[in-house]
Design a protein around this ligand. Sequence first.
Ligand SMILES: [Zn+2]
Ligand SMILES: [Zn+2]
Length: 237
Amino acid sequence: MKSMNYYDLLEAFKLTGCPLCRLLNKDADHFLDTLLYEFVADPMIQAEFRKSRGLCNVHAWGLTQQRGGNVGVAILAQAVLDDAIAVLNSASGRKTASPLTRLFGQQSEGSLLAERLEAGERCMCCVALDAHEARYVETLAAASEEERFKEAYAASSGLCLPHFRRLLKVVDQAEARQNLIDIQTAIWQALSAELELFRYKVDPRWTGDPMGAEANSWLRTTEVIAGASSVFPSQRE
Ligand SMILES: [Zn+2]
Ligand SMILES: [Zn+2]
């Protein structure tokens, strides 16, 4: 029997853009919505939220976008803020230098304090999405030789580069891998041709057909190389 993931993926192939990015953005929304409406008062979730110093940048802002989430955000954010205040208070309450300060000097005291303010766990939404993503990639890999799957894939916008890399890592069979490479290459070649056409048509000297679907090829290619907005973290620490 096919898993729900399999049918979700087949459906997602019909949408524009990377199907995995689409599903993960939907999963993130669902996670944040559930967090706000079912778990805000749960002491276990609150403890986890404190440990990770809230959510990562992307999901913290995603939480503020949930409808009517202001009170839930206030409760969760206050728990994190109060912890940070407690850490600062414990530091300023120290009259004498700690043995570590004597050993390493003042700068080290600042670094130690900064470390205590750091997250002890990863963002709970990111952790949940990693698990979802791994299941989607496994499902894709398992289906990679099926005709129905190959047709849906070939007719789609294909995977983004980060997700295609993840898929390649789990497909062991050479023939299945070659199928995926062939499909993905054809999709990217068509996109590259659209970019080429777009660049011709924006030239004021162009006298051919008016701009068509290639008008947003630059946006679609950005998604291909970087993944959809909010799906992958920034590389800034
Ligand atoms: Zn993707
Ligand atoms: Zn996150």
